[in-house]
Design a protein around this ligand. Structure first.
Ligand SMILES: C[S@@+](CC[C@H](N)C(=O)[O-])C[C@H]1O[C@@H](n2cnc3c(N)ncnc32)[C@H](O)[C@@H]1O
Length: 191
């Protein structure tokens, strides 16, 4: 489990080309869990399992429930993480598995939802975390301020960073942006 599997490495090559800050984002997601006692992790939008792999290196005693709607990607995650995680087909719109979790993480997935659904997901995450638990969202954000005459944001455009922070706050968390790049950010919600 120390290194990415061959199939995951192929996926990583593609995503690194598309997102040059992919590794920085993953590092910052893990960094955002510093100081938290972590036994139960829920990783939503697991993909090939890269986020979970890194989290398990940082928290080797933890167990992960890894959820993704794509069976092929989940199989790659299963091949590299094996017994270290419980893999489930599912998505961010569904009720969350029975908690309480210490840590709920989602990397590069929440922005695929409609804005209203993002807020509802954060409320579900709040209910599924233990008191003192943490939500860590590493995701795309829409950069910059709105310029006069710029076209309106599309229905599913990523949130602006301040909107993402506000949604997490409104779900009951104390929010904190722990890292932001050009169009990626990590926002923590402390319960
Ligand atoms: C860019 S990949 C990120 C995967 C992994 N978290 C990472 O950082 O490497 C986005 C993942 O989100 C998943 N996804 C897309 N829509 C989703 C949804 N509604 N609920 C949960 N996962 C979703 C995709 O199947 C894909 O695995």
């Amino acid at each position: 489990m120390r290194e990415p599997s061959q199939a995951s490495a192929a996926y990583l090559e593609v995503i690194r080309r598309e997102l040059p800050e992919y590794d920085r984002l993953q590092d910052e997601v893990v960094h955002a869990t510093d100081g938290l006692a972590v036994a139960r992790i829920l990783d939503l939008g697991t993909g090939t399992g890269e986020t979970s792999r890194r989290l398990l290196l940082a928290h080797p005693e933890a167990s992960v429930i890894a959820i993704d709607p794509d069976a092929e990607l989940l199989q790659i995650a299963r091949d590299q993480l094996g017994d270290h995680a419980d893999f489930r087909l599912g998505d961010l719109y569904e009720p969350l598995p029975h908690g309480p979790f210490d840590l709920i993480v989602s990397a590069l997935s929440v922005h695929t939802m409609r804005p209203i659904d993002r807020s509802q997901f954060f409320s579900r995450a709040h209910r599924a975390l233990r008191s003192g638990g943490r939500l860590v969202i590493g995701d795309a954000v829409t950069p910059g301020i709105e310029l006069p005459g710029s076209p309106p944001l599309q229905d599913r455009a990523p949130d602006r960073l301040e909107t993402l922070v506000e949604r997490i706050s409104q779900a009951g968390f104390t929010p904190k942006t722990t890292w932001s790049g050009a169009d990626l950010a990590v926002v923590v919600g402390q319960k």
